[in-house]
Design a binder for this molecule. Structure first.
Ligand code: URP
Ligand code: ZN
Ligand code: ZN
Length: 484
């Protein structure tokens, strides 16, 4: 098997930073050391070596709000590789149909992926068929089930459906995910603003205040606790939701929180922009918040109360956004970000001192691998791991522009922002997939990454729930009231 050495680089892990050559054999890292040799050498002097980024939250080629996301597994994963991300975890959306049928559609669509990919399964209603199909989904390599607490009349599930699904997850050793917003209250506020004639994108933010996110996060945490499962809260955007997660973790609950790169740097003023298209292009749920919430999210990443930074890449072009020109509730919700996640986080996180380089690696790769149960195959530069490695130039600069992005949409929510820190080369399982500004991986080079159930926290939690479960108190007859 062909061997490659990446020489002279400095490895940044979630736990430490150290200089070492990396020896790759086939698709795997086989050794780290000094002065290693192989059939081919890639010089990484002056560069950092990062484990390939993992974006745990994308929507490629997904039907949503009357249209389909513009990026498919080809353009979306090209954007990922160009930004240093080697694995995307995408959401299978079954609508009201079979989970297994939807899974086949996603497997077929993902055949053209250039990066590796894995799936979460969405649970958008509840019935016997879904109950029976969930174990087959787990057997197929999907150990996470997503629940939308909003999008009333479409994807939303209510409390008894969530409790039933979370309980099924507990039996299967799987983990539920939630989009936490109170869908009934959002619906009510949407109607209120429309009736008042406030129908522009600004009303999207008005109708989704932080309180609706905080309430739903608390509720999901309580339901997960009753069901005895860990919980992963996607796109945490505000202090109210973060506070719920922090409090749960302090009580020993296994709850994870995922802020997005967009929420960390863009704020609610985007929706007041005089240009309708500009504001609509930034419509996503939850909406961008004010600077106080942003500061809280950054602190959470530093403190460990939030673990993972994703993009929720759900890209619609301007034409699609204009479906909501008369009515903000019809603007397809979602923004892009796959190509820019690492650079944005390096620039606004590492270079400002909000997070360390090691924390950067933790939140862009290692933590996601651990939580999703694929560590250390993914998420680390270690012997035995897949050779997904980013050669990172911490001094390289660029101004983000839709003109030179791999995403197929016609704008970029980070347009005009100058970033410092860019991938020079991205390697996917030992092969160069992106180098010097060009994606060289072909459609189909990506591989499905199967994820086993019974992740360590799920096992530990079910053991603890068993030990601490309420038990009947056995009372002797002499301690019982007489004659009742
Ligand atoms: O606005 C968003 N976030 N769109 C994608 C679907 C979802 O809610 O995750
Ligand atoms: Zn969502
Ligand atoms: Zn999403």
């Amino acid at each position: 098997m062909k061997t490659t050495v990446i020489s002279g680089g400095t490895i940044i892990g979630a736990d430490r930073t150290f200089k070492a050559d990396v020896l790759i054999e086939g698709e795997k890292v086989v050794a780290l050391g000094d002065k290693l040799s192989g059939d081919e050498t890639i010089d990484a002097s002056g560069l950092y070596l990062l484990p390939g980024g993992i974006d745990p939250h994308t929507h490629l080629e997904m039907p949503f709000m009357g249209t389909n996301t513009t990026d498919d597994f080809d353009t979306g994963t090209a954007a990922a590789l160009a930004g240093g991300t080697t694995l995307v975890v995408d959401f299978v959306l079954p609508g009201n149909g079979s989970l297994l049928d939807a899974m086949q559609v996603w497997f077929q669509q993902a055949g053209k992926a250039r990066s590796d990919y894995s799936f979460h399964m969405a649970i958008t209603n509840w019935n016997e068929q879904i109950f029976n199909e969930m174990p087959k989904v787990v057997e197929a390599g999907i150990n996470t089930f997503k629940h939308f607490m909003c999008y009333k009349g479409a994807l939303m599930v209510n409390d008894d459906e969530m409790l039933a699904s979370f309980s099924r997850c507990a039996e299967l050793g799987a983990m539920p995910l939630v989009h936490a917003e109170n869908g009934d209250v959002v619906f009510h506020l949407q109607q209120k603003f429309l009736a008042a004639g406030i129908n522009g994108p600004e009303a999207h933010a008005y109708s989704r205040p932080p309180e609706v996110e905080g309430e739903a996060t608390n509720r999901a945490i309580m339901i997960a606790d009753q069901a005895g499962v860990p919980l992963y809260v996607v796109h945490v955007s505000c202090e109210q939701a973060h506070e719920a997660i922090r409090r749960a973790r302090q009580k020993g609950m296994r709850v994870y929180g995922e802020p997005l790169a967009q929420h960390l740097v863009l704020d609610e003023s985007e929706y007041a922009h005089p240009d309708w298209d500009h504001a609509a292009q930034r419509v996503m749920s939850p909406p961008f918040r004010n600077k106080t919430h942003q500061d809280g999210l950054w602190s959470g990443l530093a403190a460990g109360s939030l673990q993972v930074v994703a993009t929720d890449h759900c890209a619609f072009n301007t034409e699609q956004k204009r479906m909501g020109i008369e009515d903000f509730t019809k603007i397809p919700n979602g923004t892009g970000g796959l190509q820019d996640r690492l650079s944005i986080l390096w620039t606004f996180g590492v270079l400002t001192g909000r997070i360390t380089m090691n924390e950067f690696v933790a939140v862009t790769s290692t933590n996601a691998a651990r939580i999703l149960n694929i560590y250390p195959r993914k998420g680390a530069v270690l012997p035995g791991a897949d050779a997904d490695i980013v050669l990172w130039d911490a001094n390289a600069k660029k101004t983000i522009s839709a003109k030179d992005q791999y995403s197929a949409i016609d704008y970029n929510v980070f347009e005009g922002i100058e970033v410092t820190g860019l991938p020079v080369t991205t390697m996917l399982r030992g092969k160069v997939a992106y180098t010097k500004g060009k994606v060289v991986a072909a459609p189909g080079d990506g591989r499905f990454i199967s994820r086993e159930p019974n992740m360590p926290v799920a096992r530990a939690l079910s053991q603890w729930k068993e030990i601490s479960a309420p038990r009947k108190v056995e009372r002797k007859p002499e301690h019982m009231p007489i004659g009742v």
